[in-house]
Design a binder for this molecule. Structure first.
Ligand code: NAG
Ligand code: NAG
Ligand code: NAG
Ligand code: NAG
Ligand code: NAG
Length: 533
């Protein structure tokens, strides 16, 4: 797909200007084009303008990662849903493209997935050298929610709706949506949210579908606080012996729901089990099976056709509790950084499996060759003291902190990002739980519940451990990965000025092995061709 129209226009206008002025061409540096708009994220996907929610149809096709998303192109509030579209070669640097799917006579285009039809099972393929990209989404209109199909024979630039939509008409059920399709054991399998359970459908051609089974009707099977949404189903291997001699495959079923998450509000739960081609059976579920213990990761699903076979998810970095009233103006909504998932067996006897998330390796390409600040020397922060990670301004609104602690006793500490106005967001351990505190983070009054301290149960006892904490700060978001990815907390915040400093406060002696702070590159570039309204 190459350069977007925006980029081409921008380069052309600089060139013309310089040509007219008779000077050597000066293209502004990346830094000069970093966003200046208040709260605008530097390296997370945000739309240039208007409203987004769920990520949709994430797929790798012909060298390009595609991200589609719920999009209202005419305002930064909700409205009739379209599929917006962005492309990337690395899942980190996204170029916004033309709207991919527009509402039609059977309804608006709600969430769904896309797949690459490598063997022309649909019969949609026209060019033998281009495998069709097929989107399966929910049409929401007068006849209820139904599942529709659209396809692209030009690498995702334009889509054609299947002539016989909807492929699955509404069976008289209100909540019947968010198809996630994969090719499993010889057929296409659709995982669909139906009321507060999941139904599976099978198809040879993505057009004719038959229901094959369901999961979750039993109230013991997971949290049923609200209807289920945005399911996903994929296999992962797990090292059962811990030494690589017994690798087993298990299936992960992802389900988002509007309430009941650990921090209140919406969140994403998961089930670990088996899928034999028709039926999903879950191992015992417990209430720690949440993808993210922070408030702001919803509707996360995985990329299809990932070339290295990784299970990589991105979520809508938001919460249904306040998602419609975030204090941004020209746009509203953002995606998490992409995370690679893996499965761990924590306890063999009780079959306690956990899903761990870790930032994809590609995120490291945002780090400059020289970090802002680094210490390789071990030091101890004494009990009841406050340690400034630096005395001079770090001065970057987009940062990553990686810190290694050597825990020798029950720790109590917080690591805080802050600004000169004493607004701050802290992540730490309170002696029994991880917590994230955004109660003093700046503008919290747009929603009654936003000024929270959020806590997450650590899955294992912290004692004599070398632990790494990776903290990603990006103007109005924080994502923390700890416990080797077993605990992840993602949260939005709206500081008046960027939080560009760090301190650590410790209630017990805290041994720091080393830490590094990078100022991260911005991937959202200011664009003179799209003026602010
Ligand atoms: C794909 O299948 C359809 C229907 O069978 C056929 O008409 C078309 O030629 C096929 N496309 C290619 C590139 O083989
Ligand atoms: C691997 O671990 C299993 C038990 O977890 C043990 O029975 C086996 O001997 C170990 N194999 C090797 C090569 O260490
Ligand atoms: C899958 O499991 C279900 C439930 O146990 C069973 O009814 C079905 O026959 C199995 N299918 C296959 C292909 O093994
Ligand atoms: C962490 O501390 C323990 C106990 O003092 C020590 O044995 C271990 O080597 C330390 N780990 C590192 C990486 O320094
Ligand atoms: C930091 O210390 C940990 C051990 O606690 C070690 O594994 C890691 O490689 C060190 N990182 C750097 C950048 O020195």
């Amino acid at each position: 797909m190459g350069l977007s129209k925006f980029t081409i226009l921008a380069v052309a206008s600089y060139f013309t200007l310089n040509f007219l002025m008779g000077q050597a061409s000066v293209v502004p540096s990346l830094e000069e084009r970093c966003p200046t708009e208040q709260h605008r994220l530097h390296y997370h996907f945000t739309p240039r303008r208007n409203w987004i929610n769920d990520p949709n149809g994430m797929v790798y096709h012909n060298g390009i990662y595609h991200l589609f998303y719920q999009y209202h192109p005419y305002s930064s509030g909700r409205g009739p849903m379209h599929w917006g579209h962005a492309t990337s070669t690395d899942m980190i640097r996204w170029e916004e493209q033309e709207v991919a799917l527009y509402p039609d006579e059977i309804g608006d285009c709600w969430s769904g997935s896309s797949v690459v039809d490598t063997t022309n099972t649909t019969g949609f393929q026209t060019d033998p050298s281009i495998e069709p990209l097929v989107a399966i989404y929910t049409s929401a209109g007068g006849a209820g929610q139904s599942q529709s199909v659209a396809y692209s024979n030009d690498n995702g630039e334009t889509f054609t709706k299947y002539a016989e939509n909807p492929a699955i008409p509404n069976p008289g059920i209100n909540d019947f949506r968010d198809p996630k399709v994969s090719f499993i054991k010889g057929q296409w399998v659709m995982t669909l949210a139906v009321g507060n359970k999941v139904e599976f459908y099978g198809s040879p051609d993505l057009k004719a579908w038959t229901k094959i089974s369901e999961f979750g009707a039993d109230p013991e099977e997971g949290n049923h606080c609200s209807v289920w949404e945005c399911p996903d189903l994929f296999p992962l291997t797990v090292d059962v012996s811990g030494n690589g001699t017994d690798i087993q495959e298990l299936w992960v079923l992802i389900v988002s729901l509007g309430c009941g998450a650990p921090t209140g509000g919406s969140g994403t739960q998961y089930f670990i089990g088996n899928f034999n081609g028709t039926t999903f059976t879950s191992l015992p579920w417990d209430d720690q099976q949440w993808l993210d213990f922070g408030p702001d990761n919803y509707a996360a699903v995985s990329f299809s056709n990932e070339p290295q076979g990784r299970a990589i998810m991105m979520g809508w970095m938001n919460n249904l509790k306040y998602g419609d009233s975030l204090p941004t103006i020209t746009w509203r909504g953002q995606m998490t950084i992409p995370r690679s998932l893996d499965l761990r067996l924590l306890d063999k006897d009780t079959q306690k499996y956990r899903l761990a998330s870790w930032p994809v390796e590609e995120i490291k390409t945002l780090r400059p060759s020289t970090p802002k600040l680094k210490s390789d020397t071990e030091f101890t922060i004494p009990m009841d003291s406050k340690f400034e990670l630096t005395t001079s301004a770090l001065g970057n609104p987009a940062m990553e902190l990686e810190i290694w602690l050597n825990i020798t006793q029950n720790p109590q500490f917080s690591i805080c990002a802050y600004n000169t106005l004493e607004e701050e967001v802290c992540f730490g351990y309170d002696g029994s739980k991880w917590f994230l505190d955004r109660s003093k983070s700046g503008n919290t009054n747009f929603n009654g519940g936003f000024a929270e301290t959020l806590r997450a149960t650590a899955d294992r006892q912290l004692s004599t451990l070398d632990i790494a904490i990776r903290m990603f700060i990006d103007v109005s978001s924080i994502e923390v990965f700890v416990d080797d990815g077993l605990t992840v907390m993602t949260s939005l915040f709206y500081a008046t000025e960027p939080l560009d400093q760090f301190y650590i406060e410790s209630g017990a002696n805290l041994k720091v092995n080393n830490f590094t702070i990078w100022g991260l590159e911005c991937t959202f570039l200011e664009d003179d061709t799209v003026p602010l309204p």
